[in-house]
Design a protein around this ligand. Structure first.
Ligand SMILES: [Fe+2]
Ligand SMILES: [Fe+2]
Length: 218
């Protein structure tokens, strides 16, 4: 496996994560990924790829479930069907990359992250859908931020792949946020702020196992 594990030295590329990340994402997330997670990721290159594959598959399936449930929303249907296709393509790309690198795909337990956010879902629509869409935006935003943080430390092939993902996950973030705001005439900024704070807590607090969306080592 050829991820370069050099967390204590200078990045292998002369790129700064901040240069890669869209401005709106900086403003949206409450905190950057802690350096301790970055070091943890570079120490676990295989789990990083396997869990990344899992996340892409999960992202496609979340989008698919919205397609089934909200058939009366044309914009949601078109955005989510496009998103599901893109996430499945990403899944395929990660799995191919794993194969080339001899990383065996195996089952991993899910991280606490998505469930830690979803447990705050309100029970009735439209509130429930608004929450699901806000959480979708957050997961896309964090994924995008983590890809950008990792890129300077990765080998050329993986860095190139992750640069394409920064672009598409950044677009997914905007789509989810647009759809969330479109569900109501009221402002949803307070609800967004609530989830942004929950997310930052999950990202900065000690976690038991390394995953793509885990907190920091316990
Ligand atoms: Fe993706
Ligand atoms: Fe995405």
């Amino acid at each position: 496996m050829s991820i370069q594990v050099i967390p204590d030295t200078k990045p292998s590329h002369s790129l700064d994560a901040d240069d890669l990340l869209p401005e709106c994402l900086h403003d949206f997330l409450a905190c950057p990924t802690p350096n301790a997670w970055l070091t943890w990721a570079l120490e676990n290159p295989e789990i990083l790829l396997i869990d990344h594959a899992q996340c892409e598959k999960k992202a496609a399936s979340t989008a698919m479930s919205l397609l089934y449930r909200y058939v009366d929303q044309p914009l949601l249907l078109s955005k989510m069907s496009q998103l599901a296709r893109e996430e499945l393509l990403h899944f395929e790309q990660v799995v191919n990359l794993m194969e080339r690198r001899g990383v065996a795909y195996r089952h991993l337990t899910a991280s606490r992250y998505a469930e830690g956010l979803r447990r705050h879902l309100r029970p009735q629509d439209p509130e429930r859908l608004i929450d699901i869409l806000i959480i979708g935006a957050l997961i896309e935003a964090r994924s995008c931020e983590r890809f950008a943080r990792l890129i300077p430390y990765l080998d050329e092939e993986l860095a190139r792949f992750y640069r394409t993902l920064v672009k598409s996950e950044g677009r997914h973030f905007e789509d989810y946020l647009l759809l969330a705001r479109q569900q109501t005439d009221q402002l949803i900024d307070e609800r967004i702020a609530f989830f942004v704070a929950c997310e930052a807590e999950l990202i900065t607090s000690p976690d038991s196992a390394f995953r793509f969306h885990s907190g920091v080592p316990a």
